[in-house]
Design a protein around this ligand. Sequence first.
Ligand SMILES: *[C@@H]1O[C@H](CO)[C@@H](O)[C@H](O)[C@H]1NC(C)=O
Ligand SMILES: *[C@@H]1O[C@H](CO)[C@@H](O)[C@H](O)[C@H]1NC(C)=O
Ligand SMILES: *[C@@H]1O[C@H](CO)[C@@H](O)[C@H](O)[C@H]1NC(C)=O
Ligand SMILES: *[C@@H]1O[C@H](CO)[C@@H](O)[C@H](O)[C@H]1NC(C)=O
Length: 742
Amino acid sequence: MGLNSSSRGPLASALLLCFCMLFLGVHGGSRRLYIVYLGDVKHGHPDDVIASHHDLLSNVLGSMEDSMASMIHNYKHGFSGFAAMLTEDQAKQLADFPDVISVQPSRRLKVATTRSWDFLDLNYQMPNDLLNKGRYGEDVIIGVVDTGIWPESRSFSDEGYGPVPSRWRGKCQVGQGWDRNNCSRKIIGARFYTGGKDEEELKKSDYLSPRDAHSHGTHTASTAAGSVVEGASFHGLAAGVARGGAPHARIAVYKIAWRTASGGTTGNDAALLAAMDDAIHDGVDILSLSLQLVENSFGALHMVQKGITVVYAAGNDGPSPQTLGNTSPWVITVAASKIDRSFPTVITLGNKQQIVGQSLYYQGKNSSRSIFRSLVDGGQCTADDLNGTVVKGKIVLCATPNSPTEEGPRAVLREAFQNVREGGGSGLIFVQYTTDILEEFVSMPCVLVDIDTGKKIRKYINAGSSPVAKIEPARSITGKDILAPKVASFSSRGPSPDYADIIKPDIAAPGANILAAMGDSYRLASGTSMATPHVTGIIALLKALHPSWSPAALKSAIVTTASVTDEHGMPILAEGLPRKIADPFDYGGGHINPNRAADPGLIYDIDPNDYNHFFSCTVTKTSASCNETYVPGYFLNLPSISVPNLRYPVSVSRTVTNVGEVDAVYHVAIESPAGVKIEVEPSVLVFNAANKVHTFLVKISPLWRLQGDYTFGSITWYNGEKTVRIPIAARIIIHDFFADVA
Ligand SMILES: *[C@@H]1O[C@H](CO)[C@@H](O)[C@H](O)[C@H]1NC(C)=O
Ligand SMILES: *[C@@H]1O[C@H](CO)[C@@H](O)[C@H](O)[C@H]1NC(C)=O
Ligand SMILES: *[C@@H]1O[C@H](CO)[C@@H](O)[C@H](O)[C@H]1NC(C)=O
Ligand SMILES: *[C@@H]1O[C@H](CO)[C@@H](O)[C@H](O)[C@H]1NC(C)=O
């Protein structure tokens, strides 16, 4: 049996898993999955790369048989390395081999429309917008790394599509509930990766194939690239045309996250890296990852160095600061916003007072009619709070602590819902500082109200002898009556825990109550998972319009043209406790503005090799490729500047390339962060046929002798027609301050 076939076929990998189990039994269970990273591919043919991995591994394990049995995934196209079951000692031994750049344990990861596209002014009736200029993303290939896909959804119809682009080298991997004809001119490739998990176990709650049992991947793929589907809605709510951002783009599916018995997901970065390795081989243009994980960022770095844009979710752990994930400078990190749609739900109290909350409550065929029911105060609706309260058949008022809790408001809501339902309650009114955690609860109405409204209801309950309330089904409304966009409370916030000298997230996009495909129907979902494919779809349109632009240039286009004010010209707000004006740690450059991104005027481009120079030490262990002298990330030509330790004046340069009218004169406008002075030299840039690229110097000096927090500003180049804005963050550090105190 050749090396190649034994590491690939499904039967063979099933056998391998059996070996693993056996091996575990003999050696006492101290093995775990490790990722061994070897850098660029050095041996041409993939078979030779795999053979070299086995040579290396059998040096440590003693025999080729053991090497075969331990190997889980080989990385052989875009970069070299493998995932294997190893003991800690074996991992240490491997790390000492000169070719090995790093050995790290594999880490777990989890998965973190209609109105949203019109809200972004990408309306397919308007001939001049990015959607038309980008030819609906035609022939751009979007890789979606997620829980798989449901090919029968109307969003993935390939009607009217031309042949699969000839450069495509991917495959359609058959499996449970998935055969070759499930790939099409729309879904042009589909693969799945177990990450070494027991296949029998996975099969209990998922399909061992690209088919999506969870529905997260179907939702995200249809948001990025779903075909136009008329008349989609969630039980009549949010009705309209459902479509992806780039409705003619092709989809390549990489399933790495698996549905668990409890309805959650399980996955690891060993599988993610295998998907990235194949995606490079297959020829995707953009990779969309609505995943929450501790990143193992060399995979994304290799992709970006091959010209593939990588778009990642920021995570759903807001509004606390420093909760961001996926923050490497070479990827696009996406925050989530709320758009101008809401779902008002009328609550009528027994005293005829009408109160408006928000819910996704609809009148289903079987749901009970809206009638007055008893209303009780359930406190915080913990199991303890409800012990002794009769909630059966009643509507229960639940209030969360009026301060951020460690689990976040969504978890508190779910627990309250669970407790009320277990007690036989027939409705829940949930008092919250934010309403952007609406969830679809099928079994009973669940209405979110703000704290003032909550107080009114409590006052009514305390005053009456037999308080009652009635909950009507929600309606959906859109338009300028709603202050939008706003950064959603759940959206993870900066500064980046990994790289303080890089501003993250990069951009915000709609991510609250997004209608997209789930199985054969359409459902609403919220999260940075939903925001990410919005950015992916827009990048696909930009890529179709500007095929030669690098990932850094595409990112620059969306960051420098993003909006920082809302539809009323007011600063965009960030939900949280308290609600505040959004800053770059909430939304990076701002809220995405696709039509302006199509024609950004100037771009901040980056030679992808620069990333090695600045960051190899943080990605890999000390090696030839790692520069011992740490060079701060703010020296990269990013469309942002963050100086986290400003003690003495710092000078950084930035280089801009004119991609607009050949003859152009740009002037600078500076908004200095509080306590900081920003000077830009020169302050005028003159572009013409001979001068398409200019470099300018930014001097950032502390003005106040304060041990401060971050303050924010911006540098904007404008030419009367275009504005090209980058955000700036600075934090003054006066070390002497500590000495004085001591
Ligand atoms: C996918 O394949 C299954 C099994 O052959 C088939 O029943 C189903 O109709 C196919 N779906 C599509 C969209 O082709
Ligand atoms: C609705 O009620 C009918 C009859 O009681 C039942 O058969 C069906 O499963 C119910 N549907 C739902 C979605 O609960
Ligand atoms: C409810 O409270 C009673 C009395 O304090 C206690 O004995 C009982 O265990 C509690 N039940 C639950 C489910 O906590
Ligand atoms: C390491 O960084 C220093 C400082 O910027 C630079 O001069 C040097 O060339 C770098 N070395 C390598 C190997 O990249």
